[in-house]
Design a protein around this ligand. Structure first.
Ligand code: NAP
Length: 296
């Protein structure tokens, strides 16, 4: 099975080597061609254009920033769907809106091809280690077709329902995490303002029922001891916009997510926007220090 891969960002760079190491021939395309260098060195080949990538692969994975990027890449004018794609299986793995998946699924069905939405939970480290959790929407037979590919980078493949349900599940999974980091930022800032030690507070919270699974791994980032970016603050802003918009469409109020969005949006307009999401805490501490002149 020939695999196509579009989007060589943080996640794409981690996933393509796993596909190659498992023996799949992989053809790649990235908007900024220079970013393909590492995976080409690893054994991938490069398609000169998106329509040519669709012709060169049986299954095509896309891992892109947001809804606009996905709409551009699947464009019937000059994107993946520009030429005959009958029989192809597309797997859209970005975290986007279910509505966008529904639009693209209709275009793909019209062309007698198939689409799975399969966003993943887990960041760059788990991607490199093959430990992602895939949340898959689409037809069961297409999930089976894609399974050998998913198995190269997933510890679990969860088929959650028809087309777009994987995407809804991913928004549901990320929502409590986004709100958690907002609450943690508020709690830690309150403590720091009162003179508590940030490192000790983090250690105690991580050793209590108030910790989430991802917290301990993020502590070095919060303390400024590493600058690796798994997923950035701006990306969580994008996710929260998708969550609140999807909640509105479904008649589900999302007051906690809406409140958190205000902070992520403000932080995204600062230098912290392109730092790891754990730096929502750093942004909040800096913002409060500035507005209180350093004291209470
Ligand atoms: N990072 C994580 O921990 C993580 C975990 C799970 C899920 N996700 C989701 O996975 C997706 C990718 O995340 P990432 O961290 O890999 O993002 P990233 O590093 O910012 O990479 C984004 C990719 O999208 C491409 N892109 C953006 N706009 C485009 C456009 N208009 N046309 C064509 N290509 C475009 C970029 O191309 P250029 O190189 O040209 O900019 C790049 O290849 C996001 O939806 C994210 O929410 C991320």
């Amino acid at each position: 099975m020939r695999v196509g891969f579009v989007g060589l960002g943080r996640m794409g760079q981690a996933l393509v080597p796993r596909l190659l190491d498992a023996g799949f021939p992989v053809v790649v395309w990235n908007r900024t061609p220079a970013k393909a260098a590492a995976v080409l060195e690893h054994g991938a080949t490069s398609a000169p254009s998106l329509p040519e990538l669709s012709q060169a692969a049986d299954i095509i994975l896309t891992m892109l920033t947001d809804d606009n990027a996905v709409e551009a890449v699947y464009s019937p004018a000059d994107g993946l769907l520009a030429d005959d794609v009958a029989g192809r299986l597309f797997v859209e793995m970005s975290t986007i809106r279910p509505d966008t998946i529904k639009r693209i699924a209709a275009l793909i069905m019209d062309r007698r091809a198939a689409l799975l939405d399969a966003p993943v939970s887990g960041t760059v480290g788990p991607a490199r280690e093959g430990k992602l959790l895939a949340l898959v929407g689409g037809a069961a037979e297409d999930v089976e077709r894609a399974r050998p590919v998913f198995e190269t980078f997933c510890r679990r493949i969860a088929h959650v329902g028809p087309s777009s349900s994987g995407t809804t599940m991913k928004l549901a999974l990320n929502m409590p995490m986004a709100v958690y980091w907002q609450a943690l930022a508020e709690a830690l800032t309150m403590g720091v303002q009162s003179g508590l030690d940030l490192a000790q507070m983090l250690d105690l919270i991580a050793d209590s029922p108030a910790a989430i699974g991802a917290l301990r791994a993020k502590i070095p980032a919060i303390l400024g001891q590493n600058d690796e970016i798994g997923f950035d603050v701006t990306g969580v802003r994008k996710d929260l916009l998708a969550m609140t918009a999807t909640g509105q469409l479904l008649g589900t109020p999302t007051p906690a997510a809406s409140a958190a969005l205000l902070t992520y949006a403000a932080a995204s307009a600062t230098e912290w926007g392109h730092q790891d999401l754990a730096h929502l805490v750093s942004y909040y501490i800096a913002m409060v220090r500035e507005t209180t002149g350093g004291g209470t």
